[in-house]
Design a protein around this ligand. Structure first.
Ligand code: PGA
Length: 254
């Protein structure tokens, strides 16, 4: 982790939660965090719980995020949720292009880029998720894939758009599998992504938070976070247990 970039750790609850469970989880996390730390901890709750979690987080050092957003501002899009709606409910961040959205909902690079833009327009900070599949890694295509996913956004919005965004490198083969990228494997991709943004704007690249996701746990977090280009984590499974999430937050010095 670079000292100049504030650390960023988010919990991605995916489709988990209940009113009672969320209240207990947030309460336990709040109680376990140190005071006076710089950086951000974000909880990405399912849509129906945004209002509840927003209230639970009031006065806390943690902030609220959502897991997806529509690329459209309003209209006949049954089931979709706009960026302005998320902002109304106190969201500061929204994930775009999570591999589960790309794979299960057919989201293309272009659609993800539009979602990124929609989030920015509403004053939200998009968290652009990208990463290769196992087959792509085995075929030596990791760099090509992540650059393609990044370029889809860079081309449309330029490097300036990353001033208010976070990049999350999440190798698909590491998500929910217990198979984590080694710190060196992750660092190599993070460095590549930062260099690519730097080709357009070196000062924005230097400040950009690039976080790692995919089977981050208490026992591997500190090794990952020790890498110079890894600025925090996007945590799925381990964000659902206060003890596990707190151990990761502590590894990030929260
Ligand atoms: P995981 O999920 O930590 O359970 O691997 C990460 C994610 O999907 O963001």
């Amino acid at each position: 982790m670079s000292s100049s970039r504030p650390t960023w750790v988010a919990g991605n609850w995916k489709m988990h939660g209940s009113l009672a469970g969320n209240a207990a989880l947030v309460d336990a996390i709040q109680k376990g965090l140190k005071a006076g730390i710089t950086g951000e901890i974000v909880l990405c709750a399912p849509f129906p719980y945004l209002d509840q979690v927003s209230r639970l987080l009031s006065g806390s050092m943690m902030t609220l995020g959502a897991q997806d957003v529509s690329q459209d501002a309003a209209g006949a899009f049954t089931g979709d949720v706009s960026a302005a709606m998320l902002a109304d409910f106190g969201c500061r961040y929204v994930l775009v292009g999570h591999s589960e959205r790309r794979r299960l909902h057919g989201e293309t690079d272009e659609k993800v880029a539009e979602k990124f833009g929609a989030a920015l327009s509403a004053g939200l900070r998009p968290v652009l998720c990208l990463g290769e599949t196992l087959a792509e890694r085995k075929a030596g295509q990791t760099e090509k894939i992540v650059i393609r996913q990044l370029e889809a956004v860079l081309t449309l919005y330029g490097a300036a758009a990353f001033q208010n965004a976070v990049l999350a490198y999440e190798p698909v083969w590491a998500i929910g599998t217990g198979r984590v990228a080694t710190p060196e494997e992750a660092e190599a991709v993070h460095r590549l992504l930062r260099e690519r943004v730097a080709m357009k704007d070196s000062s924005i690249a230097a400040e950009l938070r690039i976080v790692y996701g995919g089977s981050v746990k208490a026992d591997n977090a500190s090794f990952l976070f020790a890498q110079p280009n890894i600025d925090g984590g996007l945590i799925g499974g381990a964000s659902l247990e206060a003890k596990d999430f707190l151990a990761i937050c502590h590894a990030a010095n929260f």
